[in-house]
Design a protein around this ligand. Structure first.
Ligand code: C5P
Length: 231
């Protein structure tokens, strides 16, 4: 099975690009950021201090994630697709993601998902449940090419000017101001880059893609072509 790892900073367009590439190629798609966000949501709901390493790790162990489709995520049976994207959850996720116990739990799940060649489709038309055998998988995050899938067939490291990323994010979710989004994403990148465990960094064999001046369609096409060249 073909494995494509896409890493990059906050709001670098990884997830939307990865999802489109996966759709076009009939690949599976795994958004690892959603896993750290879901654990963070649970931590906040249970009013646990995100810095309390043991309690946070236990929450990660008890978190059951389910992906009913490429763009929805369910946490312990509840659809939390929107709930994990609030500014509050976003702000606390880097702290939860620096917890080695949480990373261990989620890394196991991520590798298991990347190696699962079949994707289940529930409520497939006319059937109660169906399987689709996948020729490959696209996984995005911060440490996919370096830690989770060091043997990936293609590694892409996405970068873009921070102000451009803030403007794109504001267009998608017009909350607060571009300046506020800009500051929050720089802060998140700093925390993700400087943490001790699995920091955000380009794998030596990753291809760097600067999307500052690229249209979305071109980003998708570039990665799609890189995969097709290697299949
Ligand atoms: O990709 P997204 O912005 O949704 O990720 C949210 C946060 O989850 C990141 O800022 C980072 O702290 C953490 N994360 C991580 N490792 C990954 C994916 C996400 O540490 N593979």
């Amino acid at each position: 099975m073909f494995k494509c790892a896409i890493d990059g900073g906050a709001a670098s367009g990884k997830s939307s690009t990865a999802r489109h590439v996966a759709r076009r190629l009939g690949f599976g798609y795994i958004d690892t950021g959603s896993m750290f966000r879901a654990v963070t949501l649970q931590v906040l709901r249970q009013q646990v201090d995100p810095k309390d390493k043991d309690k946070v790790m236990r929450i990660a162990q008890a978190t059951r994630l389910f992906y009913p489709s490429m763009d929805r995520v369910a946490l312990n049976g509840e659809d939390v697709t929107e709930a994990i994207r609030t500014p509050l959850v976003t702000r606390h996720t880097s702290s939860v993601a620096s917890n080695p116990g949480v990373r261990e739990v989620l890394a196991r799940l991520q590798r298991q998902m990347a190696n699962d060649t079949k994707q289940q489709f529930f409520k497939a038309e006319g059937y109660k449940r169906g399987f689709h055998f996948m020729p490959g998988v696209v996984m995005d995050g911060r440490d996919i090419g370096t830690v989770i899938l060091p043997d990936a067939d293609l590694k892409v490291f996405m970068v873009a000017d921070a102000w451009v990323r803030a403007e794109r994010r504001y267009k998608e979710h017009p909350q607060g101001s571009v300046q506020e989004i800009y500051e929050a994403l720089l802060e998140r990148d700093k925390a993700d880059t400087q943490r001790e465990i699995a920091p955000l960094t380009k794998a030596p064999d990753a291809i760097q893609l600067d999307t500052s001046r690229m249209q979305f369609e071109d980003q998708v096409k570039t990665i799609e072509d890189l995969i097709i060249e290697r299949i």
